[in-house]
Design a binder for this molecule. Structure first.
Ligand code: FPP
Length: 241
């Protein structure tokens, strides 16, 4: 039995997180450590994404969101930005049939601003193709910023119903993540202890789990360990328990 299988057996199905978010950090540092280009770090990181998606399916997780490209990432060098955009599209194109075959629903969370229309069209195709799938919901936060998400939601509400009294439900219903449960657990790799504009609205009561492991070194065993740790936590949601 592998370590992953042994740990998976310890998971309590009644306490599975409904949704796990991952801030995949440390690709650049990994590349530096291995004396390779930053993009090689992202390429290695992509292999880990693939394995974590499969592992999520294996353990029966219902919803996974990865932070693949933030609105702040546009500030990186043109070479790195182009590389990340290409990497994302190629990864999805080459894995879409397998994802679809495994009943996985792929969805992009993010702003449409700044994206090339052709790129946006391809993203829409992927979402449309897998929309009716009922297995793992795999969300790719791409061109995503939590503050921008809230601003876009509020602007939509105001233009739909001018002068209306805005409620939490209305905002939640206009976020990119509309219809998804809030993340119960957010994992961040590479030792940084912050959210960096990831799922700001949705993470109000998320449990946070940090590891110093760099994303390209993160494994499915680390992933299950994070969930096991989550299952030990006492969640209060502001009440006394
Ligand atoms: C953060 O590390 C990582 C990113 C900004 C990009 C992550 C993208 C992938 C892993 C590929 C995504 C693949 C799919 C299938 C969507 P960093 O570059 O900030 O690392 P550093 O902090 O060490 O410099």
């Amino acid at each position: 039995m592998t370590e992953f299988e042994r740990l998976t057996k310890q998971l309590d199905p009644k306490k599975m997180p409904q949704h796990v978010g991952i801030i995949m950090d440390g690709n650049g540092r990994w590349a530096k450590q291995h004396l390779v280009q930053r993009l090689s770090g992202h390429l290695k990181g992509r292999e880990v994404v693939r394995d974590i998606v499969v592992a999520s399916d294996d353990i029966g997780l219902k919803c996974l969101t990865i932070y693949a490209f933030s609105t702040e990432n546009w500030r990186r060098s043109t070479l790195e930005v182009k590389g990340l955009l290409k990497l994302n599209m190629e990864s999805i194109k080459s894995n879409i049939d397998e994802l679809h075959g495994n009943n996985i629903q792929v969805r992009y969370l993010g702003s449409k601003t700044r994206l090339d229309p052709d790129y946006e069209r391809k993203m829409n195709e992927v979402c449309k193709k897998t929309w009716k799938n009922t297995g793992l919901k795999f969300n790719i936060a791409f061109n995503y910023g939590g503050r921008q998400e809230i601003v876009e939601a509020v602007n939509e509400i105001v233009s739909e119903s001018p002068g209306t009294q805005i409620t939490e439900e209305m905002i939640a219903d206009h976020l990119y993540s509309k219809g998804l449960p809030d993340p119960d657990l957010i994992i961040r790799t590479s030792g940084e202890l912050r959210l960096s504009n990831f799922l700001l609205w949705q993470s109000a009561y998320s449990e946070l789990w940090f590891t110093s492991t760099l994303w390209p070194d993160f494994t499915r065993v680390d992933f299950v360990n994070a969930i096991l740790d989550f299952q030990k936590r006492n969640r209060k949601f502001g009440a006394v328990k």
